[in-house]
Design a protein around this ligand. Sequence first.
Ligand code: MOS
Length: 726
Amino acid sequence: MQFNEPAGTNLFDSATVVGKKQTRIDGPLKVSGQAPYAYERHDVTEGKQLVGYPVGSTIAHGRITAMRTEAALAAPGVIDIVSTLDHPDMPKPDMNVAPLFGGDEIWHYHQAIAVVVAETFEQARAAAALIEVDYDVTEGSFDLEAAWAEQQGDYSDPDNRTGDFEGAFAEAEVTLDREYRTAAHSHAMMEPHASIAEWRDGKLNVWTSNQMIAWNKASLATTLEIDEDDVRVDSPYIGGGFGAKLFLRADAVMAALAARKVGQPVKVTLPRPMVMNNTTHRAMTIQRIRIGTTRDGRITAISHEAISNTLPGGTGENATAQTRQFYAGDNRLIVTHLAEMHLPEANAMRAPGEAAGLMGLEIAMDEMAAELGMDPVEFRAINDTQVDPENPDTPFSERHFVEALRTGADAFGWADRNTAPGATRDGDWLIGHGVAGAYRGGPVMASGARLRLQPSGMLIVETDMTDIGTGSYTILAQTAAETMGLPLDSVEVRLGDSDFPVSAGSGGQWGAASSTAGVYAACFALREEIASRMGVNDVETLTFANGGVTTGDKQTTLAELATDGEIVVEDSIAFGDFRDEQVVSTFGAHFVELGVHALTGEIRLRRMLAACDSGRILNPITARSQVIGGMVMGVGAAMMEDAAVDHARGYFPAHDLAGYEVPVHADIPEQEVIFLDTLDAVSSPLKAKGVGELGLCGVAAAIANAVHNATGVRIRDYPVTLDRYL
Ligand code: MOS
């Protein structure tokens, strides 16, 4: 399906299902334990499932010189062992930074080096402990500060230079030059990576937990050197991903190799400690931000320079991304450095780039406002831009950042706060208020769907889209119901199976806007098919409502049309023909009130508010859940999450949910979310954009800024823990 007209009205402007509050249709299954996660797919295999227990490297960098498996093989219940040494030449999947298995070379700590297959989990785990490995250790590099000291100030290969930054900064009436540091973060999703593999007639079936079905099907084929058509991937329910499940991981590879070797289904989950060091994390960053303004607060010069860790060949955390487009200013310098290290693979985590970058930029904006003696809301507002500052001929499709700031400030009561730092007390608590801007790109991806109209009148939607807890089942059902004039309970959505049409998948906050567009396209294909079956030339004359179709004097129902057998149609859409000419992004503002205990330094959040400019909100309940979930993640980034590096051994020692702290319910105060009533016709046929990552962007800085307002102490290193300001 082609859409070349971004403007104009469509049926969603008078929608009765899309845009309405709808609780998740998979909700009852989830809370009653009937939505099985990958490791719980007990009845999908033909053969009896065996258990594989993974073994990870205990060095960060070097080579395996010997692996002794005799004792493990002789242990009770053990069927077989697959060693990385058995697969010296396994290809690296295209989208991964490093190979997942195979060979003797060690890239990072807890790299998968073997999987022990046994009758039970306990037997496999016990045997795994008996494997002995000899290594030839090579010195690795694990120190971001050292890399920063080396690379900082090298502007020979900037991401962007616009105007004359150095000249404008030197001449600016007010300047700020600061460094900020963000910690490495773990996705810490509830469901660890897990896969069950079974080979049937030379074809591989994998029941797994994954955000991007088509990517993983292709990656499995590459890694195992088999035909892509011989791989089926199924992942209907996912216990969180946050980017950790975008790409193929070692659990699926080990399950597939083990199942092939023993000729029986094998299931492998990564034990929690292996999730942290075997899979990916958000890279740590060091950021230098310089801002020059006029006395009345107009930015004339802005520079963001950042470094992050990566395995060789990776892209780290692009912390400067948002600074290229968020605020005005004629003279700009953007530089990103990469520190190649032998830490585990740094890769995408919710709002990759912006989440970490705004942790620096939005403190810098607060500091600059203070230098200027300006309200930080006003300072941001007067530096708004409606065009890409690097390419002033390129406008934003829709940008309502100032409205988000003002709407949020009004609802929060921002004007009533005490602007003097450290000057508001409530008993033993120092009270502070903080604000930060939110910015996140609004990408879309091609997405397809198949529709099966049943003789019963039920409409089945099939697409390999995933629901990582986001509400995909629900918004796709809403889209189909709206487009075909059906009640919501006449639509059944089936997701996550690679036998279904390829969708956008869940990532980069593109999922909702893209996958609903795919279902919309398929629905229009079905409308065409119905018109043709009714002998109607102009599909536009058809009206779909309450399960019926009318045109002129003809009237029928969707059920009657399918009485002779189901009607099957399929289509896909790659929306975005206008994206070369306009920047599509999402905007918001976060407001925080907190208390800092005057004696202990403990921080307690009191309330949080987000105002979001994200285009059409397809379902206010699921969208709000995405935003408040993002805000919780921002609380973690601000106040506790710290995947600190052991520099001696090169790994993340805080590798479980006891050592790696994330927020719990008791940490989270009242959260309010306001959606601006905006539409973005360039983004999708439903005029929707993403919200799932926007909700996180800026939160941590709003908290750090509120801590400053409460205490007068400016913390530029995350997490903001009490030891940093006591
Ligand atoms: Mo997202 S980090 O692209 O799942």
